[in-house]
Design a protein around this ligand. Structure first.
Ligand code: SAM
Length: 236
């Protein structure tokens, strides 16, 4: 059955969704959603032929050709403007997700909801949302098979209020840790940031021992480390 990670993503699609799943691979997400919701319609986008063939196979197997259109192409180029109300981009790094959104920003902005599931660098996706008129509505952090995943849900809404602080320092911290996740602080959050803390400490000590020290980079890492420590060791 579908991974928990993708079930969480599916939970943020409305009944009768008209959505796109970019980088769909086996098209498991659109197949799952469209089997449960006969009013849902999906476009499964893939840039690579192998995964595209897998996607087509899944859709044929479940006889979902009427509901799911599998298309070959790079990122959002498989969509016309306004064709998808919801755009899902899951299972990639945050930089790749952000570059897919940037490359076809007009198409991205023609959706009312974007659901991103970055494996790393969620910060970049949060920043793109904030700078492009999408309000972060929900975040989830889950552990599955030893990996920790984040799901970010953002809506193009003028009247929703931003979850970010007006203070730039605080906002920088929220971009890194997630404004909702940092409040919730679940077990996966503690685990992820405990690991990241150890990573940063190792990187910083290596930088301190290097012959040439990039002080600007080092101080950025120090700041991040302090943010993490604040949240791991102090309540609220
Ligand atoms: N979305 C699925 C999931 O979350 O389980 C599959 C994730 S898989 C690790 C990433 C997929 O994205 C691959 O099948 C890859 O071919 C595809 N991909 C990478 N870059 C892409 C791009 N620019 N446009 C469309 N698909 C892309």
């Amino acid at each position: 059955s579908l991974s928990n990670r993708l079930k969480i993503v599916a939970g943020y699609l409305p009944q009768g969704a008209r959505f796109a799943d970019i980088g769909s691979d086996h098209a498991y997400l659109p197949a799952y959603v469209c089997q449960k919701d006969l009013d849902a319609k999906a476009i499964a986008g893939e840039v690579n032929q192998g995964p595209l063939d897998s996607a087509k196979k899944t859709i044929r197997l479940h006889q979902l050709e009427e509901q799911v259109d599998v298309r070959l192409g790079n990122g959002l180029a498989v969509l016309r403007e306004g064709e998808a109300d919801q755009i899902v981009i899951a299972g990639m790094g945050g930089s790749l997700i952000t570059s897919i959104l940037k490359n076809q920003a007009r198409i991205a902005k023609s959706a009312s909801r974007i659901i991103a599931q970055p494996n790393v660098d969620a910060r970049e996706v949060r920043r793109w949302f904030e700078q492009n008129g999408f309000i972060l509505m929900a975040e989830e952090m889950v552990e599955e098979q030893g990996h920790i995943y984040e799901v970010l849900v953002a809506d193009k809404q003028e009247n929703a209020s931003s979850p970010y602080s007006n203070d730039n320092q605080k906002k920088g911290k929220q971009f890194l840790l997630g404004p909702y996740l940092v409040k919730e602080k679940n077990a996966a959050f503690i685990e992820k940031w405990t690991l990241e803390k150890a990573n940063l400490e190792r990187i910083i000590s290596q930088m301190q021992q290097a012959k040439r020290v990039n002080y600007e980079r080092m101080s950025a890492f120090q700041t991040e480390l302090n943010w993490i420590k604040e949240e791991l060791y102090h309540e609220g």
